[in-house]
Design a protein. Structure first.
Length: 662
């Protein structure tokens, strides 16, 4: 068994390994057979010295599925994926010294592991090259890598990354592509050199025949981008910190900048609707949208380049949407969701963290959540869009985590299915009252959250949650029957047969998660909106211009061909059905409740009779709490309570109270 010599922490020592060059002498051809055993030599170096080395970024794979290599002639177990990387580097005659975590860290030594984890920023930022190993290749992945190699130089030359910075396609670029499409033989014609360069590249990309239909090239792209590496939490800082990086897939190698530029261009071409510039481009890269969506590590890398700053922890970890096809991030050890990012978050955040793999996961997740609470830039609490208590999903009352602490494993893998009430940043129920300085926990630990606020009311009745359509965990499951849902709401609110303004608070609550920008219902259109929500017949010919606008806003492509100035009765009914469906989708995982004072609200499906509606200072939406038998409260999530969402309850001068939330 291999025995490590200790490293000197005070001298900032690390270990490096190198392939035994005697096994790939110069007279051995590049396509020579793989060696029976990979042999490495090892040495200690100080990070204080100018040391030339490369670092490996990869996924371990199954830690139990290992094969033997030798280090200084002594057997050493490594995972199959690492062995595949070493064999490929052997074939390429890679002679540089390498830092490889699984070999260069004594994983059995907890103290050393903690120290080395804290040094990751320096290790990867000082490496002259980072080799990103995505695993063995295949015919399809070779096609994808070859395409990137062929188009990559042009993508870099025309600065495709500017699309992300500007948030749009420059008009002169779009104009060039349109002229090129129309003429099929445009040469020159645009004086701005940056415009035509980007336009010519995008036109060539859109003209790639193999990016249409289910082709081997598209299969290769999907294969590469769905590999586990892209959601591995440690890879994020390894990508970001690298001065120079190369991507390896089997026998193919290319620069990370080139790789990222091509896939950013493919994504941009879709979100900016470039395929609509010509009918023949309609199905451009149609099989790929989910694959290209949210590659978190590359997004962070682009974010740093665009903003020239350091992303906060919340920018990396919090997601407002459901993951698509693959996780946003994941970690074998859940504590690495925090520890694996210390090298790229702001120094003031990282310095507050003590790496300790003996800490319970619940304590580390509470540490993450508190760090996100503390990120806000105002003494009054988080600004709209910044992480606050109303972002947290209610945990299980008998679970392993405090009920206010999100399960960051679940969020990383599946994203967030339930939108917070303030998703569209319209409310301020708690007004501008300051949250006082956090009191001492009196030794109660990170799991106890103390927040000041006030009581509003008690829940006296809860509507049975609507049935959801069970789909994959990578899908935001919709309500099975949206029409049955609005009828259920009408029954719960005891709505009478006669329609009138007195019921508007009901439908205002129903559409709240859809956002006012989607259905801007006002005095001129509430009559129509009541008909839509009551499933009544609508006479299309009698609609006013304001009502037609509401119908147009709610169309969202339920039908292909219709006249927005003069729709038929059937078309209007179809659009109304679609509006109800969209509202039910936005309000998924929530249900209605009533309070002792007769108010109507919308909360998470876990709310129960007896739960307390509160306002927490510095939080935009009401918070539901449940009294614990042993004192304190369970967190039951954010809520909407009609009539108090703009600080109206604060005007009653309620008594302040401190809540201890577990």
């Amino acid at each position: 068994m291999f025995t490590y010599d200790p490293i000197e922490e005070k001298n900032r020592e690390i270990r490096l390994v190198r392939l035994d060059s005697s096994t790939f002498a110069v007279d051995i051809p590049d396509d020579a057979a793989e060696p029976e055993t990979v042999s490495l030599e090892m040495r200690h170096v100080s990070m204080n010295d100018e040391v030339e080395y490369a670092a490996l970024s990869y996924t371990w794979g199954d830690p139990q599925d290992t094969e033997q290599i030798t280090v200084h002639g002594t057997p050493f177990p490594v995972t199959r994926n690492l062995l595949a990387a070493l064999k490929q580097f052997h074939q390429q005659k890679l002679q540089s010294w390498l830092w490889i975590d699984a070999i260069c860290i004594d994983m059995s030594n907890a103290l050393e592991r903690h120290q080395q984890v804290s040094s990751m920023r320096a290790i990867y930022s000082q490496a002259s090259v980072v080799h990103i190993w995505l695993g063995p290749g295949c015919r399809e992945s070779d096609l994808a890598m070859d395409m990137v190699s062929r188009l990559g130089p042009a993508a870099l030359a025309c600065d495709v990354a500017s699309l992300g910075r500007n948030g749009k396609i420059p008009p002169n670029v779009k104009s060039y592509i349109k002229k090129r499409v129309d003429s099929q033989d445009l040469e020159g014609g645009i004086e701005d050199k940056s415009g035509p360069a980007l336009g010519m590249f995008l036109y060539d990309l859109l003209s790639e025949k193999e990016l249409y239909g289910c082709t081997p090239l598209q299969s290769g792209i999907k294969d590469i981008l769905t590999r586990d590496y892209w959601h591995r939490i440690w890879a994020f800082q390894e990508l970001v910190l690298s001065r120079k990086a190369f991507v390896h897939v089997g026998t193919r190698t290319l620069s990370l900048d080139m790789f990222d530029a091509i896939f950013a261009a493919l994504w941009s071409s879709w979100i900016y609707d470039l395929s609509r510039l010509h009918p023949k481009w309609e199905h451009f890269r149609a099989p790929l949208p989910e694959t290209l969506y949210h590659i978190k590590g590359l997004e962070i890398r682009r974010w740093i380049k665009i903003h020239s700053g350091t992303p906060k922890l919340g920018t990396i970890l919090w997601e407002r949407v459901v993951a698509t096809s693959r996780p946003f991030y994941s970690a074998t050890d859940p504590r690495d969701i925090l520890y694996g990012l210390l090298g790229i978050i702001p120094t003031e955040q990282a310095q507050k963290v003590r790496v300790d793999y003996q800490k319970p996961v619940a304590e580390v997740f509470a540490e993450i959540t508190r760090a996100l609470f503390d990120e806000h830039s105002s003494d009054h609490g988080p600004k709209p869009g910044e992480f606050g208590l109303d972002y947290c999903l209610p945990g299980e009352v008998d679970g392993s985590l405090p009920t206010w602490v999100p399960d960051w494993r679940e969020i990383g893998v599946y994203g967030v299915r339930t939108w917070q009430i303030n998703h569209y940043r319209n409310f301020n129920a708690a007004g501008n009252i300051l949250q006082p300085a956090t009191p001492s926990s009196n030794g109660e630990g990170l799991g106890m959250l103390r927040k000041a606020g006030c009581r509003v009311d008690v829940i006296t009745e809860v509507m049975e949650p609507p049935e959801l359509i069970g789909m994959s965990r990578y899908t935001a499951c919709p309500i099975r029957d949206a029409d049955a849902w609005v009828q259920q709401i009408a029954g719960f609110a005891k709505l009478g047969p006669e329609s009138g303004p007195g019921e508007d608070y009901i439908w205002r609550t129903a559409k709240i998660s859809s956002g006012p920008h989607l259905y801007k219902v006002d005095e001129a259109t509430y009559g129509l909106f009541r008909k839509i929500m009551r499933l009544e017949h609508i006479d299309a010919g009698s609609l006013t211009e304001e009502e037609l606008k509401l119908i147009r806003d709610g169309s969202r492509n339920p039908i292909i061909d219709w006249d927005p100035t003069s729709p038929s009765d059937g078309q209007v009914q179809l659009i109304a059905t679609n509006m109800r469906r969209l509202m039910s989708f936005c309000g998924r995982n929530r249900t209605f409740f009533k309070t002792a004072k007769g108010m109507l609200g919308l909360g998470h499906v876990v709310v129960e009779v007896g739960d307390i509606v509160t306002l927490i200072w510095g939080v935009y939406s009401p918070i539901i709490l449940r009294q614990r038998a042993d004192g304190g409260f369970y967190f039951r999530g954010d809520a909407y309570l009609d009539g108090i969402m703009q600080g109206e309850f604060i005007a009653t001068c309620p008594a302040h109270e401190e809540f201890s939330i577990h």
